[in-house]
Design a protein around this ligand. Sequence first.
Ligand SMILES: [Fe+2]
Ligand SMILES: [Fe+2]
Length: 361
Amino acid sequence: MSDSTPRHEVAHLARTELYTPDPDGTLWFFTQLLGMYETHRAGQSVYLRAYEDPYQWSIKITEAPHAGLCRAGLRTTSPEALERRAKALKDDNVDVRWTEDEFGYGKTLQFQTPDGHHFSLLWEAEKYQAPPELQSKILTRPSKRPLRGLPVKRIDHINLMASDVTPVKESFERHLGFTTTERVVDGQVEIGAWMSSNILGHEVACMRDMLGERGRFHHVAMYYGIPQHNIDAAEMFREYDIEIETGPDKHGITQGSFLYVFEPGGNRIELFGDTGYLHLDPDAGTRTWQMSDIDTGLAIGGAKLPFETYFTYGTPSRLTLADHIAQFAGGPEPTPQAVTAAENIPDAIGSSEHASGVPAH
Ligand SMILES: [Fe+2]
Ligand SMILES: [Fe+2]
């Protein structure tokens, strides 16, 4: 494979590290509601895996003053692919750093996206070996489905907010061999891109931060694979006072079945009810959504994606989630920050049937 055709050099999203100001609440959310197993603790961090995650951990939560993304890790398809991607990053003057001190993983390349999101690339990953009592009878399943909460199967994808989507998209394409499967444009400006290195619609997505901030985190998605589970999960979250942002519904973009909630630490988590559209056609190209079609793109079934959170709230956030909602929900006198955000939001989203709570402007 030459560097000019680097597709399939990255296998998948292996892990995501989150900061939380409420470590007990965040741990309860992932273990008791999403049924994830705890596999390790070190310092202020707890390592978690879902029952079909193949490695020692897919989510790491670390106590910190603010919620947010610490770092996301992508596994390459071979050690050679890792070296080629490292060279592609270095040849384009991206600062990279090799490390080798993380539980369950080996040599790891650290770098940042053009917007400042922290990422890792790695090949060496220790496979999870279940103890006898957790071994599954299903050979492709690394551990039993736990009898706890409504267990997610595995990590699925990550979604970033960026001050400028295009450089982030181009870096994933040029340096890592991702294909942009779908994007949204507002005139000439890209406001969203969904990028994949395999047949899934996306491992990484990037959306414009309507507040203009750099390097923020929108969500990580955990996979159920069955859309009904999103409805069951919504009932569970309602019963246990987890704030539901929107859903269950189905996006037009990616065709993924979604449910968005906020874990107790303030990070947005998506429950992914199915794989969405699979990209088996190797030269299908990029599908471009115009703002005139944004309602279909956001939610086929008509769910509202709230302006006061979905398009403006990312982590870290200057405000708590409750204060952010209060500021951006509009009302008689929206704050200057809310007015600026409302001006930045494309008119078609502002008037969308599928965005709610948009301040008058
Ligand atoms: Fe997502
Ligand atoms: Fe989604």
